[in-house]
Design a protein around this ligand. Structure first.
Ligand code: ATP
Length: 234
């Protein structure tokens, strides 16, 4: 579904991604794990078109995305849930969700999807008239995910969904990620919480200072001595 080939990204003189290659197949949850500054967010921003690679190719369903504007990429079926949520703080929950569907014209389908999202996140239904900036951290994460789902993505890019949440909420959010995947959305997940990420993922890659150093089935990586020492605190 998604193929990243030898992608290089720079911030000025900083060579943030140094030739990364990986794939995401339809139906999978794939996770990129790695420590602070490894290039996880940069990878997602490059796929969603917010950053442009200096070299390399990104293909989605056989079509080349490299250099395509971010809005067009959303139209192709890729939606990002950014780090730190970035919801529209002054708008209500409902208005935020509507924004997620701004490229769609299939009104009856949009209504159905809104119902589906309220079924996944009952908390959002209860609070649909509330100004989003006053939601709790966990609720804001749910809203950011709900908004991304409103574009009806084939592939959802999730940047650090566990950030700043209590262990109980992290568990809830990861259960929801599994549900969303089971309902047909392919997921690329970036996480510092490697333990949680590996527990839900099909496959995983380890990113270290702009390079992919390891890749494989998530369960195998979770069992590997190197990964346990470096990322699972074992
Ligand atoms: P974290 O988990 O801490 O968010 P990350 O793996 O997502 O880390 P990135 O945010 O992708 O890491 O950053 C990769 C590298 O690029 C880091 O060295 C970072 O300092 C640098 N970088 C990121 N954004 C910028 C920017 N706007 N300008 C300059 N350098 C940047």
């Amino acid at each position: 579904m998604l193929a990243i080939e030898d992608v290089h990204v720079y911030y000025g003189a900083i060579h943030a991604l140094q030739g990364i290659s990986f794939q995401v197949n339809q139906g999978e949850i794939v996770t990129l794990i790695g420590s602070n500054g490894a290039g996880k967010s940069t990878s997602l921003k490059t796929i969603s078109g917010l950053l442009r690679p200096k070299q390399g190719k990104i293909r989605f369903n056989g079509e080349e995305l490299t250099g395509m504007p971010a809005q067009k990429i959303v139209g192709r079926g890729i939606s990002q849930v950014p780090e730190g949520r970035r919801i529209f703080a002054n708008m209500t929950v409902s208005e935020n969700l509507d924004m997620g569907a701004y490229l769609r014209k299939d009104k009856p389908e949009i209504k159905k999807d809104l119902e589906r999202i309220f079924a996944i996140f009952p908390r959002l239904r209860e609070r649909k008239g509330q100004v989003a900036g006053t939601l709790s951290g966990g609720e804001q994460q749910m809203l950011a995910m709900g908004r991304a789902l409103m574009s009806k993505p084939q592939l959802m890019l999730l940047d650090e969904p566990s950030m700043g949440l209590s262990p109980l909420l992290v568990k809830q959010i990861f259960d929801i990620i599994k549900d969303i995947n089971a309902q047909g959305t392919t997921i690329l997940l970036v996480e510092q919480n490697a333990r949680m990420a590996l527990s839900v993922a099909t496959r995983a890659y380890v990113l270290e200072t702009g390079k992919i150093t390891l890749g494989g089935m998530a369960q195998e990586l979770a069992a590997s001595e190197d990964v346990r020492k470096a990322y699972l605190g074992a």
